[in-house]
Design a protein around this ligand. Structure first.
Ligand code: DQA
Length: 149
């Protein structure tokens, strides 16, 4: 079992709770963090839960997790659709990443239908609101090793 899990959140996710509640629900990022912390504690895994509106922070944190061989749950927000830097960080650091989205990006505007990250992550969980994060954590806990290792 891995020692820690990194939950990385991109731009505007700090606004959860008040941001377009019809799309993202009423739960805040702090509420999601509290629930994940409980699950992690029960499994003896440390939780590094972070949010930044800056692409470079997410790149550095992915590299950090990759170097430590610790898995990542990544909601890169709008950077999911645009960031070649994040694609390179995931590939370059060999980080094990589960991509998550609260909303079903395929049922929304066309510009959200493509995630640049999806081809370089282990798997994607989307459309379950805040539960997308819990499901990603469950996936990691039930399959603790990288498939190719
Ligand atoms: C999101 C979907 C993205 O398209 C959007 O830019 C976000 C949130 C989601 O969790 O549903 O910021 O990643």
């Amino acid at each position: 079992m891995f020692k820690a899990v990194h939950v990385l959140n991109g731009p505007n996710l700090n606004l959860l709770g008040t941001r377009e509640p019809a799309v993202y629900g009423h739960e805040t990022l702090a509420m999601i963090e509290a629930r994940l912390a409980k699950t992690c504690k029960a499994h003896g895994v440390a939780l590094h839960f972070r949010q930044s509106n800056n692409e470079g922070d997410l790149v550095s944190w992915v590299q950090e997790a990759g170097k430590a061989a610790e898995p990542v749950i990544l909601n890169a927000g709008a950077y999911s659709h645009t960031s070649i830097a994040l694609v390179d960080a995931i590939k370059g650091s060999n980080a094990r990443v589960i991509e998550v989205h609260l909303s079903n990006i395929h049922a929304r505007e066309k510009f959200r239908h493509v995630s640049r990250l999806s081809p370089v992550v282990q798997g994607v969980i989307l459309g379950f609101g805040p539960a997308s994060y819990d499901l990603a954590l469950q996936a990691l806990l039930s399959a603790p090793a990288k498939p190719e290792s």
